[in-house]
Design a protein around this ligand. Structure first.
Ligand code: ADP
Length: 359
């Protein structure tokens, strides 16, 4: 039996807006689950239904196999960390972390021990006497997490907890959250619009769009086996390149290049004649020059961005555009021609109408 079960969960807001459609998910104890998708796709709504802060319109939510739809937030034993970490400014770090336990009237010695243990996990031991105003954004966020994890709860819910931090602090806090999860082993559901956060933190990712789950899988599965164009384009940075077109004589046109689809589709090529297809390849999965077992492409280099660990090359061929990720030592000349190869095994084909992956 799974720890948390979401069965055909729907949310229809009082104004009639259908924000979440038939959400299904089984979560095991200790898992780190990330809900990811563009703003407005229903991530927070789903998280708030799990927290008990928002009513479930339809469907069933189970904790340890027991219906929890009607349980209040406390009864569900969840703790939530929000974007704005709302610490008490007049209280020290110690008192902020201890607050929930103090309210419950827990023994002072027990509180002291728990706060110290929590502070150790979060690297806040040296800051316990400080006030929030004397902390950096990242340290404040850690205190907010400390307040949540000090209570023994079953599930830890986080809604974009890093969005108020700058880019560098986000990277640091990201690895700290992973570390905290390893130490506490707490079942965690984490909401973000950032695919890098999702990929680096999650055991499993739920990709959402317009209130619908697009795919659920490990970071590896989402990257290598995307179910549709949306997931393929959402996971990975820079995103996957797509060339859209109508299949003509078993080929698709990529600018001035003709791609023989039978190399991917074999016997099935004929089935797609006259239909629209999407041809996808990742910027990092190309090779420079003309290689065997690959689509060999000729294009023009429009712009290059040398980033240190790699160079992004913006190419055009006819009206089509794409980005290639190459070794910085191979950075090509701008305004010159370039030959590159896309190994057949690195090409994804999608049905142009349903946008689903052709397997
Ligand atoms: P996300 O967290 O993915 O950004 P939300 O779950 O916050 O998305 O919102 C999903 C959709 O539901 C959005 O279109 C949003 O405008 C809408 N929504 C959120 N709260 C309400 C509400 N109280 N009443 C009506 N619509 C809402």
């Amino acid at each position: 039996m799974s720890y948390l079960t979401l069965k055909d969960i729907n949310k229809i807001y009082p104004n009639g807006y259908h924000a979440v459609h038939n959400f299904n998910l089984e979560i095991e104890k200790g898992e780190f689950i990330v809900f990811v998708g563009p703003s407005g796709c229903g991530k927070s709504t789903t998280l708030r239904m799990i927290a008990g802060l928002e009513e479930i319109s339809n469907g069933e939510f189970l904790i340890n196999g027991k219906r929890a739809n009607e349980m209040g937030p406390r009864e569900r034993e969840v703790a939530m960390v929000f974007q704005s970490y709302a610490l008490y400014p007049q209280m020290t770090v110690f008192d902020n972390i201890a607050f929930g336990l103090t309210l419950q009237g827990v023994d002072e010695e027990v509180i002291e021990e728990k706060v110290k243990n929590t502070a150790r996990i979060l690297g806040l031991t040296d800051y316990l006497d400080r006030y929030p105003r004397a902390l950096s954004g990242g340290q404040r966020q850690r205190v907010a997490i400390g307040r949540a994890i000090i209570r023994k709860v079953g599930v830890f819910l986080m809604d974009e907890p890093l969005s108020n931090l700058d880019a560098k602090q986000r990277v640091t806090m990201r690895s700290e959250i992973a570390q905290i999860h390893r130490e506490t082993g707490a079942t965690t559901i984490y909401v973000t619009h950032d695919q890098t956060e999702a990929m680096t933190l999650a055991d499993r990712i739920v990709v959402m769009k317009d209130g619908y789950v697009q795919q659920i899988g490990t970071p590896y599965e989402l990257y290598f086996k995307p179910e549709n164009v949306f997931v393929a384009g959402f996971i990975g940075e820079p995103p996957m390149n797509f060339v859209r077109g109508t299949v003509t004589k078993g080929t698709l046109t990529f600018g001035t290049n003709t791609l023989d689809l039978s190399k991917k589709l074999g016997d099935r090529t004929g089935q797609y004649e006259g239909k629209e297809l999407v041809f996808g390849f990742r910027p990092e999965s190309v090779e420079l020059g003309k290689k065997e077992e690959s689509y060999q492409i000729r294009a023009d280099v429009e712009l290059t961005e040398m980033l240190g660990d790699n160079t992004n090359v913006y190419i055009t061929t006819g009206d089509d555009k794409a980005i290639l990720k190459v070794d910085p030592h191979d950075t090509p000349e701008v305004d010159a021609g370039i030959d590159f190869s896309i190994p057949y095994s690195n090409v994804y084909l999608f049905d142009g109408e349903t946008e689903k992956t052709i397997k």
